[in-house]
Design a binder for this molecule. Structure first.
Ligand SMILES: *[C@@H]1O[C@H](CO)[C@@H](O)[C@H](O)[C@H]1NC(C)=O
Ligand SMILES: *[C@@H]1O[C@H](CO)[C@@H](O)[C@H](O)[C@H]1NC(C)=O
Length: 434
């Protein structure tokens, strides 16, 4: 089992001025125009190429792939570079894109979700898993919730969302009955956000609303803490600029107790796609990124174009003192994990995500590891491998099983770049480190 100390991880890797330069460069249009977020899925690698699949009555048991050494093909490196960790000048590059050694887990394939989704959201309430919204393809978005029951392992229901609700990059949290749904992107491609904010009563399946956020955000960190709905960070209206603002609103039983959002202590860095978790009356924010795809200027369909992104693995905690305290960083930078976590036995468990882009190919690199942050010891470890690398996956835990569904998976064991948007649901017996 690999234990990773704080100092081995990514904090401090990008100093402030480097980041500023990178951000400015990207803002002024040096960002890469990308097609590879949304590659056509025609050449989807058959699963049997890299896992051995055995059919049982209703599920498939698979043995996950062996991690291949990271590799750059001749075509990818265009003959410029000698290896993936050394550039032409002999300078060694960061290897955070590489898979980390991780124990093999036995995965079972369960029933697919009714639709594939990317950048969706999920909330677990007891044995029900509510899976919201998301892109189906880059040009279409979902406007409904699918519900999975972990006890009988079936998709059991569907709820339509209000028409005004965002379709991706939502902030979302529950108190155990009411689900609060905050801001997010409205529409497909890289369209603009809405500040509208909603509540779903899961008992009556009725929707209500809350005062809109002061400004719309993409994928802000969102939690309920001490009777208040907290929303922080995310990207601003242009989908790219990291925002630091932090607001809160007193809520109870699905109703706002105040008319306006209150300004709170800003978060240490802004940007979308970090995990935000409350355990034992402490609020944690983990990972995430600065920067994101933006709409191509002048594009009538708001076509997504890639800009530079910086991915973080750092962790901050807020307690009584209302000051952010740094904690040990993740074993590698990790983003797109806002609904990819569960808390089990005083450990935070996070599955998949995206890490820093490949230093040579510049392609987006997905994460295939499962991480554990033990809150007793404040230590991270890598506790297993997913059946494939996947980002914005939606994670639940029931009766000893760790589940994940949805997201965008890799191109295969040799290529960690994103490809197919999935509907698959998988589970494995969760084994935590003590
Ligand atoms: C989930 O399914 C089980 C078995 O059918 C059922 O007993 C349980 O009530 C369901 N959960 C909810 C919250 O409806
Ligand atoms: C959590 O703790 C309980 C009680 O000690 C134990 O039975 C269970 O196996 C633990 N769960 C995991 C996933 O480690």
């Amino acid at each position: 089992m690999v234990m990773v100390r704080a100092s081995a991880a990514s904090s401090g890797k990008h100093n402030k001025s480097t980041r500023l330069v990178i951000l400015c460069a990207a803002l002024f249009g040096f960002g890469l125009i990308a097609d590879y977020l949304w590659a056509s899925s025609s050449g989807f690698n058959s699963i049997s190429r890299w896992v051995s699949v055995r059919n049982s009555q209703t599920t498939q048991i698979i043995v996950p792939y062996k991690t291949p050494p990271p590799k750059v093909t001749a075509e990818e490196s265009k003959g410029k570079e000698k290896s993936d960790t050394q550039d032409g000048s002999g300078r060694f590059l960061s290897a955070t894109f590489a898979d980390l050694p991780a124990p093999e887990l036995e995965w079972q394939r369960m029933a697919d979700a009714p639709v594939p989704r990317l950048d969706g959201a999920a909330i677990q309430i007891k044995d029900l898993f509510y899976v919201f919204a998301g892109y189906g393809t880059i040009n279409s978005v979902h406007s409904h919730v699918d519900i999975y029951n972990f006890t009988d392992d079936k998709w059991v229901g569907r709820i339509d969302m209000p028409k005004e609700m965002a379709h991706s990059h939502l902030g979302m949290v529950t108190d155990g009955r009411y689900i609060y749904i905050v801001t997010g992107q409205y529409g497909p491609q890289c369209r603009g956000p809405t500040a509208r904010t909603f509540v779903l009563d899961t008992e009556t399946k009725q929707w209500g609303d809350l005062p809109p956020l002061p400004f719309p955000r993409y994928a802000p960190a969102t939690q309920l803490w001490r009777g208040r709905l907290h929303v922080m960070g995310g990207s601003g209206e242009n989908r790219y600029t990291p925002r630091l603002e932090h607001w809160s609103l007193a809520v109870k039983d699905g109703k706002p107790l105040e008319k306006e959002w209150r300004t709170e202590i800003p978060i240490p860095h802004g940007g979308p796609h970090r995990a935000c978790i409350v355990v034992d009356d402490r609020l944690y924010i983990i990972g995430g990124q600065e920067g994101d795809f933006m709409a191509k200027p002048g594009s009538p369909i708001f076509k997504c174009s890639r800009r530079n992104e910086v991915v973080y693995g750092d962790v901050y905690m807020l307690d009584d003192e209302m000051k952010w305290k740094p904690l040990p960083s993740m074993p590698k930078p990790d983003s797109h994990i806002e609904f990819a976590w569960v808390v089990v036995n005083n450990s935070i468990v996070i599955a998949g995500g995206t890490t820093e882009k490949h230093p040579v190919t510049k392609k987006m690199v997905l994460v295939g590891e499962i991480f554990q942050f033990n809150l007793n010891t404040e230590k991270w470890s890598v506790i297993g491998k997913l059946p494939y690398r996947v980002k914005t996956t939606l994670v639940g835990f029931w009766n000893g099983w760790l589940y994940f569904t949805s997201g965008q998976r890799d191109r295969g064991p040799d290529d960690p770049a994103p490809k197919k948007v999935i509907a698959e649901m998988w589970r494995t017996k969760l084994k935590l480190n003590s």
